[in-house]
Design a protein around this ligand. Structure first.
Ligand code: GLU
Length: 177
């Protein structure tokens, strides 16, 4: 079972998210990752297989400064534990990021359709389709796009999305059976 943490506020988002993920370590995981809005056009994403400490060590050496971030500890269901398969997953420009807990049951069909449309996948996960789907269905309105994405996917999920055009928003969607 993975852990998901999102933060928007006045504190250092990286530290807040790492603290939160540490509290969720008891749930078990095989890799961890974070995306931080550092004020650039795209998100800064760091993903590392293994213990949360592996990720924390990287961030200690090169801290990411920003007040908005999402983080994830992964329990692999689709694709081996690896840096690439760790979350967050992202669109081509790294302007949209997503973390996912659960399983996207129709991911193979969606992935095939998205590849035919030119999307290039970097991981073996079911979760990455969500990021590419959001890019494909992007109508310029983050909230409407997220609504369209969840209409297309089946399965169970908690999802957090960030969009660099919306620096004060983390969108969440949950579906539990
Ligand atoms: N199914 C996703 C994966 O394998 C998410 C697993 C999880 O809930 O951590 O990456």
């Amino acid at each position: 079972m993975c852990g998901i943490v999102g933060y928007i506020g006045s504190q250092n988002a990286q530290d807040f998210v790492l603290d939160g993920l540490e509290k969720l370590e008891y749930r078990g995981y095989d890799s961890a990752g974070i995306a931080v809005n550092t004020g650039e056009d795209k998100f800064h994403i760091v993903k590392k297989v293994g213990r949360l400490k592996n990720l924390a060590d990287i961030l200690e050496k090169e801290p990411l400064k920003g007040t908005m971030a999402i983080g994830h500890t992964r329990w692999a269901t689709h694709g081996k534990p690896s840096d690439e398969n760790s979350h967050p997953h992202f669109n081509k420009d790294e302007t949209l990021v997503v973390v996912h807990n659960g399983i996207i049951e129709n991911y193979l069909t969606l992935k095939k359709q998205l590849i035919e449309k030119g999307h290039v996948f970097k991981s073996e996960t079911d979760s990455e389709v969500v990021a590419h789907l959001a890019e494909e269905l992007d109508d310029g309105d983050f909230f409407s796009t997220v609504r369209k994405v969840v209409k297309e996917i089946t399965g169970t999920y908690t999802l957090l999305f960030m969009n660099s055009d919306y620096p004060d928003t983390i969108a969440q969607r949950v579906r539990i059976r």
